[in-house]
Design a protein around this ligand. Structure first.
Ligand SMILES: Nc1nc2c(c(=O)[nH]1)N[C@H]1C(S)=C(S)[C@@H](COP(=O)(O)O)O[C@H]1N2
Ligand SMILES: [Mo]
Length: 538
């Protein structure tokens, strides 16, 4: 009797194991969707797929029945289907392994298909459902194994009890049908069930909530129309050379390098965003996003560089920024004498220390930027407001998701990277780079261009020189510069002969300084050296 009753009870726990396995699957997928591909949430992708395939009359029926709650009804229905299917998968895995895992894998394949066939999908979008399937299956297998262990020792114990009951031994102090063994196995099952179930709930709900916050800010950003600027950047004739393999004059936003410490991209609603200017100021000032726009926007072309850029590296990009001068913003608060630094703070706590003079100097275009290449900043590049300062590495000047400007001193305050091995002040070391021919890619012999970019923000590039096989330095042809804050393109025609050759490049800035030849690592204040690369000609 006892056994039959508890046999049924095990099916309930098997169903619970299935629910937990399913929950872990979804929670894992949500976390990786948040990290790699926001559109890769299995539930939402399958929901979207269902919306796409159900026939029009059915959609009308759904709208007539549920009204504006039709999407919620769909998600609730899907949720219910997931619950039932997970419970069944648990029971299957308990009685006929690996049927439950097979069911989970089928669900994984279907949701992967729903995700990767959506429009505009990220390249890694398959990862969330695949990882979800793997982790969910592991949990399901472990839970069912422990459950079977519990059932077997339970059945064993019952038989023992029956066997002992035929003898005249006095009853033990264990309750009927119980022995120490099933107690341990039961605890093992419930411990894993509790840990996995609770983690799935907490992690899954957190990840989904963050995703929803992000997508609503994404929608706000999509609907945002920045006012037209008072002035725009004039791109002179001959500013952009047309050479295959050469960097575009303006780096497209999707190719623009991204460097920050943010694990998840902050999502800030511009309506509630505020910038606080405080510290050594006459009056603390608070500005809204609209206050910034109301100052009137101008367009600035500025090349941004990361201190982590190695010689010849990719962590540099050029953009047209829409923004307002930081000196005008600081004027509103009134900077007090004695201050020599502005500590800018991001909503995620990141800070940068910028010399006050770099922000207040009339000859420097240090700005608060709201737009990048004709669009509002993307979330990754600092939406809604970031700083851009020509001539200083990003980590000491280009704070994204800006929230506070504290006027202070270097003696008083320290920025995020300062105690981590990087200098408190870091002007960009001007540099030059070869874009084509690409290192390691063989080129055909004959007349080919050698071309690249060079930058010396706030000073300007005077000359770029190229040396082949350690021969004489020959001046390359420069594109017409936009201004001294942006990079210039350069090229030189080369009669390439078969074999391997060294191509080296160096620049001279408008102060007449030669690019530093001595190699330096990126820490503590930026790399230096001349790029010299091996090119194979066939
Ligand atoms: N909030 C915040 N802003 C930041 C950073 C960061 O980690 N957090 N990194 C800085 C660094 S090191 C660089 S090089 C630039 C890069 O800007 P980008 O990602 O738009 O190219 O942002 C700067 N602003
Ligand atoms: Mo950086």
């Amino acid at each position: 009797m006892v056994q039959r009753r508890s046999g049924k009870r095990f099916f309930v726990w098997a169903a619970l194991a299935g629910l937990i396995g399913g929950g872990v699957f979804l929670a894992t997928a949500e976390v990786f969707a948040l990290l790699f591909a926001r559109t890769a949430s299995p539930i939402l992708a399958v929901g979207g797929f269902v919306i796409d395939i159900v026939p029009q009359p059915f959609k009308e029926f759904a709208i007539a029945t549920f009204g504006e709650y039709d999407k919620i009804a769909l998600l609730a229905g899907l949720g219910l289907a997931v619950l039932i299917a997970s419970a069944i998968a648990g029971i299957l895995q308990f009685v006929r392994p690996p049927l439950g895992v097979i069911a989970l894998v089928i669900a994984g394949v279907l949701s992967t298909a729903a995700i990767v066939t959506r429009a505009g999908v990220a390249p890694l979008a398959f990862l969330p459902p695949v990882l979800g399937t793997v982790v969910g299956s592991v949990i399901l297998v472990l839970l069912c194994r422990r459950l079977r262990g519990w059932r077997d020792s339970f059945a064993g114990a019952s038989e023992d009890d029956r066997a002992t009951a035929t003898t005249d031994d006095p009853p033990t102090d264990l309750a009927e049908g119980e022995s120490a063994r099933p107690g341990i196995d039961r605890r093992r099952f419930f411990l894993l069930a509790a840990v996995a179930g609770a983690s799935a709930l907490v992690v899954g709900i957190t990840a989904r909530t963050v995703s929803m916050a992000v997508s609503s800010v994404e929608a706000v950003r999509g609907a945002l129309k920045l006012p037209s600027p008072k002035t725009t950047v004039t791109v002179p004739q001959g500013a952009e050379l047309d050479i295959p393999g050469l960097s575009k004059l303006f780096t497209p936003n999707k190719d623009f390098y991204r460097v920050d410490t943010a694990l998840t991209v902050p999502s800030i609603d511009p309506d509630t965003w505020r910038l606080v200017i405080d510290g050594m100021v006459d009056q603390r000032v608070e500005m809204s996003f609209q206050d910034i726009l109301d100052m009137g926007l101008d367009e600035y072309a500025i090349t941004l560089t990361c201190v982590s850029n190695e010689v010849g590296g990719e962590l540099v990009g050029n953009a047209k920024w829409l923004g307002v001068p930081l000196r005008d913003v600081l004027k509103k608060a009134g900077v007090q004498s004695g201050a020599d630094m502005v500590l800018s703070r991001s909503v995620d706590g990141y800070t940068a220390s910028t010399p006050l003079s770099a922000l207040t100097d009339d000859d420097l275009d240090a700005i608060l930027a709201v737009g990048m290449n004709g669009e509002p900043l993307s979330l990754e590049h600092g939406f809604p407001v970031r700083m851009v300062v020509p001539g200083l590495y990003g980590y000491v000047s280009a704070t994204k998701w800006l929230t506070e400007l504290k006027v202070t001193t270097f003696a008083e305050d320290e920025a995020y990277w300062t105690p981590r091995g990087y200098s408190a002040e870091a002007p960009i070391k001007f540099s030059s780079r070869v874009d084509t021919p690409k290192i390691g890619e063989a080129v055909d012999a004959g007349k080919i261009p050698i071309a690249g970019v060079a930058w010396a923000q706030s000073v300007g590039i005077e000359r770029v020189e190229v040396s082949i096989d350690d021969g004489d330095w020959v001046a390359a042809t420069l594109s017409t510069p936009i201004n001294d804050d942006t990079w210039v393109q350069w090229f030189m025609e080369w009669d390439a002969t078969p074999g391997t050759h060294y191509v080296a490049v160096r620049a001279v800035n408008k102060n007449g300084d030669l690019q530093i030849q001595e190699r330096a690592p990126i820490a503590p204040n930026g790399s230096s050296g001349w790029q010299r690369s091996l090119v194979r000609v066939t």
